[in-house]
Design a protein around this ligand. Structure first.
Ligand code: PRX
Length: 667
């Protein structure tokens, strides 16, 4: 952070929105909840080691049970370091051995309707994993060898991950929407020797050419010696003799059993790059014992997982949400899940509601950006389906605007399902701040309380706790088992990026937050999303939430434009709901709306009505580009954008409003 920004960041973040609605769990939900003992918070806080040792023994099966809990040499830690276990055996073998082999692990739903839908049992998954693991061994891959995975949302991706875990080969999954350059960089920097991919992936009825992209990527990653190619669409793709092999041929003749070697608890399970809003991706390293313990416990308690549930996390396995809450957490808990291959709006905006109805989904976990897209599409889509099987909803990825929260509650949850707003990151491995749904009263827009054993605090620039109600910097002041251990081959950056601001004992996630008088946490977005208007610090999320409350607005993005008088002034972009027409009058009305709702200080210089917002492939608004647009700079790197054309349009409109070439007559 530069000196000027540092100066500006010193005061607390002004909090202007006050959301007062509260949603306590119903008596019925609370009495049947998996996590129902309010004493768990105090117990975990008082005896961190005892708490986590007890959980890991209850949730996992260790080949050598650990006697050790946390070993903390700030900023490095280990958990359960004297224990050994195999992650894939914990996700598969022990369930099959307990007679649960026929339980469905995944209901796979293919994007082309009804084409390849199938139920995959725990026994099926174990056999597939063993065959793939044996084939990997046949290629000479073993403990410590990095394997790259570049696939769509197909069950084989989970198979490949678990096969890697079985033999101790760390995986590096790269989201299937990434470019050749992004993939190549991720493979090269982690030294992957094998890449598993597929011919093509289905997306929005079209085909994503994964193999062709992978071919271009490995030009940049000379360590990759082999490629395994799953046939998904059956397209004719180039195969290089001696280097590339079909998935089917690769596993052909392999035994469906394979010994699951115990790994030490701290053995690296995977590295995963943080999603691309920063320039150079960081490869976050997660372990076997601590990570699996953390995702299993958080999954069961936060999503209130019971044996007959059908749980659906609608994220992509290519992101951490999919790693932790589609693959490792749910499988460790022997959960039945839905794995949907395709786009939520394909072939129509009710695809998710159709799947929920068809499979009787009980828990549904998605991101605010998608909820806003559903709002835009209209409540008639969920209304056309029976969603009564749902009993819990989740949100992740960004702060959820209170209006979106309430829409989700009403139209998806039928005013019946608790909503867990789960704050966490790639680095944290699992959910850090979220309600336990049977114990904690939800407040729209608040992630509520740190998970048992997690200590979070809001600090000012100097590391002093800020008063309740004031904004500041979120910090985590004690380690947890799911914590990342380092950045792959870049420990220096691990220390400087995350553990320098407040000393080596305090993790700095880079988010702003406030705590209310009851101790609940309200996330305010990344700290560089904070602007300074006449010495008042405004969080972009508050402006966005206010705009989304307006009946014409589906989605909003706020940034700061330079202003000679006030330093910065908000500039907002909005997407209208279906049926609303853009007009100068409406733009002016929206500007006044913010002035009225938050105060004149927040009234934006302009509200610009746009057709789309510049988003990363994971659906996050790329704020760095909004800033470039607002400041009239050349656009920075746009390669991680879903649609680079969008930002050009924004720039054109913004320049016309902020920097008109022909000043109006009379000026
Ligand atoms: O800014 C926070 C936001 O997403 C960031 C982490 O992004 P990533 O590593 O890609 O992981 C996303 C899925 C866990 C955080 O620093 N974020 C995530 N969840 C929330 C959130 N912001 C507010 N509320 C949340 N529930």
């Amino acid at each position: 952070m530069g000196e000027a920004t540092r100066e500006a960041a010193e005061a607390a973040i002004d909090v202007l929105l006050q959301e007062r609605r509260e949603f306590p769990p119903s008596a019925e939900f609370a009495s049947g909840a998996v996590a129902s003992d309010p004493g768990v918070y105090e117990r975990a806080d008082a005896d961190l080691d005892g708490f986590w040792l007890e959980q890991t023994r209850e949730f996992l099966t260790w080949a050598t049970p650990p006697a050790q809990g946390l070993d903390w040499d700030p900023p490095h830690c280990t958990w359960f370091a004297d224990g050994a276990l195999n992650v894939s055996a914990n996700c598969l073998d022990r369930h099959v051995e307990a007679g649960r082999g026929d339980k469905v692990a995944y209901h796979f739903v293919s994007e082309p309707e009804d084409e390849d839908d199938r139920a995959i049992t725990y026994a099926d998954l174990l056999a597939d994993v063993c065959r793939f693991a044996n084939a990997l061994r046949g290629l000479g891959i073993g403990k410590g060898d990095v394997v790259g995975l570049y696939m769509g949302m197909v069950p084989e991706l989970a198979v490949a991950m678990l096969a890697c875990a079985r033999i101790g080969a760390p995986h590096v999954v790269v989201f299937g929407g990434f470019s050749a350059e992004a993939l190549g960089e991720r493979l090269e920097s982690t030294g992957a020797s094998l890449l598993v991919t597929q011919d093509e992936a289905w997306r929005k009825g079209g085909r994503v050419p994964l193999k062709v992209t992978a071919d271009a990527a490995i030009e940049l990653a000379p360590t990759v010696e082999h490629m395994v190619v799953l046939r998904r669409t059956g397209a004719d793709v180039p195969m290089q003799d001696g280097r590339d092999v079909d998935w089917a041929a690769f596993v052909d003749g392999q035994a469906d059993t394979c010994p699951a070697e115990p790994m030490e608890a701290e053995h690296m399970l995977f590295a995963l790059h943080t999603s691309g809003t920063t320039a150079k991706p960081k490869a976050v390293v997660h372990t076997s014992g601590g990570y699996l313990t953390y995702v299993a416990v958080t999954h069961r308690w936060i999503f209130d997982i019971k044996d007959d549930d059908v749980y659906w996390c609608a994220a992509d396995i290519g992101w951490v949400t999919g790693h932790s809450y589609i693959v490792y957490g749910p499988l460790a808990n022997c959960t039945t899940g839905v794995l949907y291959e395709g786009d939520p709006m394909y072939p129509a905006p009710d695809r998710h509601w159709d799947i929920i109805e068809r499979y009787g989904v009980t828990q549904y976990y998605t991101a605010p950006t998608l909820i806003r897209a559903f709002i835009k599409a209209g409540p008639e889509h969920p209304a056309g389906h029976d969603l009564s099987s749902l009993r819990l909803l989740g949100s992740v990825g960004e702060p959820i605007n209170p209006e979106a929260w309430v829409w989700y509650w009403k139209y998806i949850g039928g005013e019946r399902c608790p909503i867990v707003d789960t704050w966490w990151q790639t680095e944290t491995g699992g959910i850090m701040i979220s309600s336990l749904p049977g114990l904690v009263t939800a407040k729209p827009g608040s992630a509520t309380r740190p998970f048992p054993g997690i200590r979070a605090a809001v600090f000012d620039e100097r590391g002093n706790p800020v008063a309740p109600g004031s904004g500041g910097y979120l910090t985590i002041t004690r380690p947890w088992p799911g914590m990342f251990r380092t950045l792959y081959q870049d420990d220096e950056r691990y220390v400087s990026n995350y553990f320098s601001r407040y000393g080596h004992s305090t993790y700095f996630p880079g988010d702003g937050a406030r705590q209310d008088a009851e101790g609940d946490f309200w996330l305010l977005g990344r700290v560089d999303d904070v602007m300074n208007v006449s010495g008042h610090r405004l969080s972009t999320i508050e402006l966005e939430s206010t705009l989304v409350e307006h009946p014409a607005v589906a989605e909003a993005a706020a940034t700061a434009a330079p202003d000679p008088l006030t330093g910065q002034t908000p500039l907002c972009f909005v997407l209208l709901r279906a049926g609303r027409e853009p007009s100068d009058e409406l733009a002016a009305e929206l500007r006044e709306w913010i002035g009225e709702k938050i105060g004149k200080i927040a009234r934006p210089k302009a509200v610009i009505i746009v057709d789309d917002l510049p988003k990363t492939r994971s659906g996050k608004i790329m704020r760095r580009l909004l800033k470039d647009v607002a400041e009239g700079h050349e656009l920075g790197d746009t390669t991680t954008l879903r649609d680079p054309a969008v930002v050009e349009d924004l720039k054109r409109q913004t320049d016309a409003v902020l920097r008109p070439k022909d000043p109006p007559a009379g000026v």
